[in-house]
Design a protein around this ligand. Structure first.
Ligand code: RP5
Length: 160
């Protein structure tokens, strides 16, 4: 199996239902990736080790999803120079608005590319990670363009 280029991390196993959509897109595009539960609050040492070691292990992009007080993407971004894409997971109490604001309002100097709340954000994080990698991978660029063309072709013109 190819070494993973994208690391998909999430704060809890309960985030998988959302984050699996990022993994699915990367599967469709044949982008090697790994998935891990890494909680900023419950497993801070695991987060430190993951983020500090990510670049040396060959990862190129990190996708981080979390809900509620969603500190995972920002803390990961603080500890790696790799691009970090943040996915706000929909929380029960506040429908993910808490997650979104926790992820998007980063201080200048430590960017997190923040996506939409929930499934759409996870899908788009996968696509953005692929687009970043495609800048230096012509075959992946073609697969991504083909994926988008198939999506366009699949949109019905008749709503009924
Ligand atoms: C966050 O708390 C996780 O990212 C998850 O979205 C949320 C709830 O976690 P669980 O209580 O379901 O494990 O850290």
């Amino acid at each position: 199996m190819a070494a993973p280029l994208v690391g998909i991390i999430m704060g809890s196993t309960s985030d998988w239902e959302t984050m699996r959509h990022a993994a699915a897109v990367l599967d469709e595009l044949d982008v090697a990736h790994e998935t891990r539960v890494v909680s900023a609050h419950r497993t801070p040492d695991r987060l430190y080790d993951y983020a500090r070691g990510a670049a040396d292990r060959g990862l190129k992009v990190v996708i981080a999803g979390a809900g509620g007080a969603a500190h995972l993407p920002g803390m990961a971004a603080a500890m790696t120079h790799l691009p970090v894409l943040g996915v706000p997971v929909e929380s029960k109490a506040l429908k993910g608005q808490d997650s979104l604001l926790s992820i998007v309002q980063m201080p200048g100097g430590i960017p997190v590319g923040t996506l939409a709340i929930g499934k759409a954000g996870a899908i788009n994080a996968g696509l953005l990670a692929a687009a970043i990698l495609a800048l230096s991978d012509a075959a992946l660029s073609q697969r991504l363009q083909d994926w988008r063309a198939r999506q366009t072709d699949s949109v019905a013109i008749d709503p009924q």
